[in-house]
Design a protein around this ligand. Structure first.
Ligand code: SF4
Length: 365
């Protein structure tokens, strides 16, 4: 047993969504490998696809190995960015992660290539045990419209069906879905939940769209107001039984807008970190500079010497620090310590009325 696995003796690893922990960085490592994508989502945050292609094509297997060995506190690795299943070495990377002792070897995917059962099996045999499939509607009409990819829904569902069928052979496998909630699909939460029932998904995560990348460029058309998302989710959850409520989770929405929701289904932001070439961070660092430098714990330049470039360690909080803001009243909010603020672009468009500080005496999740 190697050090990483030994460290985890006695820890719970139930495959649930990452909880808010003490660390601002989190213990989930995202390894970006998908230099291209076979979907073309209207709200994609990675809108500079040429830059992503050049960046990730230059990344070597040795670079990936160094990313996975630098931080001994990392407990989960998730392969992501673009569509990772298009990378020819993905299974090799998964074997590498498993052999390095990561208890959770994960994949964030649009699920389309998992429609090919031998490929799904190959990844599971390589160590994959946590799959998060991005699927944004209850049917092809909505999902294919949002992904601008005909047939994407049928393939994603076939992929989920293959994973369900393979569970007997891979009992540790956890399967989640990720539904990016926006103005065009917020009305279909229950329909989506019902459509997924036969697929034995462990958890449905509903991530509220971020006004960033393409979503930010077209936010008047795509962004659902937080108050409308919270109301829709409240009605959705009210109609579920206990088993259903235990499977759904709303993420990426300020706590003060979701006080009417039961605590177990509400979250805020996930914590994870990744590496990318120095100077190529995909958020606008200049935006954060107006509020002061981004904390060095969240953005460490030259953390890794790759084979041809040096990589910065970038925590999710660095993106938040650059993109989100608070107002003075937030200092009186019971969630102030946990909350990273509201997207600057959102409050510039719609103001602060929705964000009412929560009394300090109210329970903090
Ligand atoms: S700190 Fe501000 S934005 Fe965050 S939950 Fe409280 S009131 Fe809302």
């Amino acid at each position: 047993m190697n050090d990483r696995a030994r460290d985890l003796q006695g820890r719970t690893n139930d495959g649930g969504m990452p909880a808010q922990g003490a660390s601002a960085v989190g213990n989930r490592l995202h390894v970006c490998v998908g230099y291209s994508c076979n979907n073309n989502c209207v709200f994609c945050m990675e809108d500079d696809r040429e830059a992503r292609y050049a960046r990730l094509r230059a990344q070597t297997p040795e670079d990936v190995r160094r990313m996975m060995t630098l931080d001994p506190d990392a407990r989960e690795v998730m392969f992501t960015s673009g569509e990772p299943t298009l990378h020819p070495h993905l299974a090799d990377y998964m074997r590498m992660a498993r052999d390095l002792g990561f208890p959770t070897v994960g994949l964030i995917t649009n699920g389309r290539r998992l429609a090919y059962k031998p490929y799904a099996r190959e990844l599971l045999e390589a160590g994959l045990n946590h799959v998060l499939v991005s699927i944004h509607g209850p049917n092809g009409k909505i999902h294919d419209m949002l992904t601008r990819s005909r047939g994407a829904f049928v393939q994603a569902v076939a992929g989920l069906a293959n994973l369900a069928a393979l569970r007997n052979e891979f009992p540790d496998l956890k399967v989640h879905t990720s539904y990016v909630v926006n103005a065009l699909n917020v009305g279909y939460l229950r329909e989506f939940f019902d459509a997924m029932r036969p697929l034995h998904v462990d958890q449905h995560v509903f991530n509220v769209m971020m006004p960033d990348g393409r979503g930010g460029a077209d936010m008047d058309h795509l962004m659902a107001r937080y108050r409308d998302v919270a109301a829709a989710f409240q009605a959705f959850v009210a109609g579920l039984d206990g088993d259903g409520r235990a499977k759904v989770f709303l993420l990426d929405i300020p706590y003060c807008t979701t006080t009417a929701l039961p605590d177990p289904v509400r979250g805020y932001v996930e914590r994870y970190f990744h590496y990318e070439p120095d100077g190529s961070t995909t958020f606008r660092q200049d935006a954060g500079a107006a509020d002061g430098a981004i904390d060095a714990d969240l953005l460490q330049a030259s953390a890794i010497d790759g084979e041809t470039v040096t990589y910065s360690k970038v925590a999710k909080g660095a993106h938040d620090a650059a993109m989100r803001v608070k107002r003075p009243e937030c200092a009186a909010c019971g969630f102030d310590d946990l909350c990273r603020g509201v997207f600057r672009q959102y409050v510039e468009r719609w103001g602060w009325d929705e964000f009412v500080p929560v009394r300090p005496a109210d329970p903090v999740p």
